[in-house]
Design a binder for this molecule. Structure first.
Ligand code: GLP
Length: 260
């Protein structure tokens, strides 16, 4: 695991956007795994700026989103599809056929989930998976107790997650109880994971994920087994990390050839 601690979320997000932009420039068929939530917003804003001001070309990019609520009418503003359109897809030139967001209104959800896994494989797998982290340590919508080998499937959200995500719905009771999410096994197959976490509210989950035991009770802790997991946090989210000073020192003294 590489833990990168920056003073604020903007500086942290610019590092993450730089890693993604490099993949887009250097890989002939880049495949991105995308997350929703507040954490990746500044990364998407920077990628949109790079498209507008620097002509960053997304025409060869394929994307797979982590998750979606089940049962929302198409176009519902709280859906992750709508979130992605607003914050990224409407502003960059990813061919629409290359964009994949789980379909929460699929009539046969297990069949849809199998097909989603197959499309990821057919695209050659995910190069960089962007992740946030729930206050309960979830990644995607893999809540505590999710199998660490799980694949894309339907899940039931915890009360804590429905509360955390209630802004877009006007109250926790209006947040759909079910979702489709890539599994933890699916996420672990991506070639790199880039987890973003900002603010004091995430400090406990970040410390458990990076320095606690690997356990299904903190799904993000499985990233300790990933060969290339980069955890990018601000000072507040890093505030409960025991080895924070060491991570800062490592980052400040990285050899030039060893790019993040
Ligand atoms: C939701 C998403 C996760 C995201 C989490 C944290 O539960 N399914 O992918 O990481 O929220 O959200 P935020 O970044 O808004 O704190």
């Amino acid at each position: 695991m590489e833990v990168v601690i920056r003073p604020d979320s903007l500086e942290a997000s610019l590092i993450a956007a730089g890693i993604v932009a490099r993949l887009i420039r250097e890989n002939p068929r880049p495949v991105l795994g995308l997350a929703t939530g507040r954490s990746p917003l500044q990364v998407y804003a920077e990628l949109v700026r790079m498209r507008r001001e620097e002509g960053l070309d997304f025409s060869r990019v394929t994307t797979f989103n982590l998750d979606e609520y089940v049962g929302l009418p198409p176009g519902h503003p709280g859906s992750f599809r709508a979130f992605m359109n607003r914050n990224l897809f409407d502003h960059v030139n990813i061919p629409p056929a290359n964009i994949h967001v789980p379909d929460g209104s699929a009539p046969d959800i297990p069949a849809f989930c199998r097909a989603y896994e197959e499309s990821i494989r057919a695209a050659g797998g995910v190069d960089i998976q962007i992740l946030g982290i729930g206050t309960d340590g979830h990644i995607g919508f893999n809540e505590p107790s999710s199998s660490l080998g799980s694949r894309t499937r339907i899940k039931t959200l915890t009360e804590e997650t429905r509360r955390d995500n209630s802004d877009a719905f006007g109250g926790p009771d209006r947040v759909p109880p079910h979702c489709i999410t890539m599994g933890i096994g699916t996420i672990m197959e991506s070639r790199a994971c880039l987890l973003l976490a900002f603010g004091k509210k995430k400090a406990r989950a970040v410390a458990s994920a990076c320095e606690g035991p690997i356990t299904a009770m903190v799904p993000a802790s499985v990233l300790q087994l990933h060969p290339r997991a980069i955890i990018i946090v601000d000072g507040d989210a890093a505030s409960e990390l025991e080895k924070a000073d060491y991570y800062k020192w490592v980052y400040a003294h990285k050899p030039d050839w060893q790019r993040t």
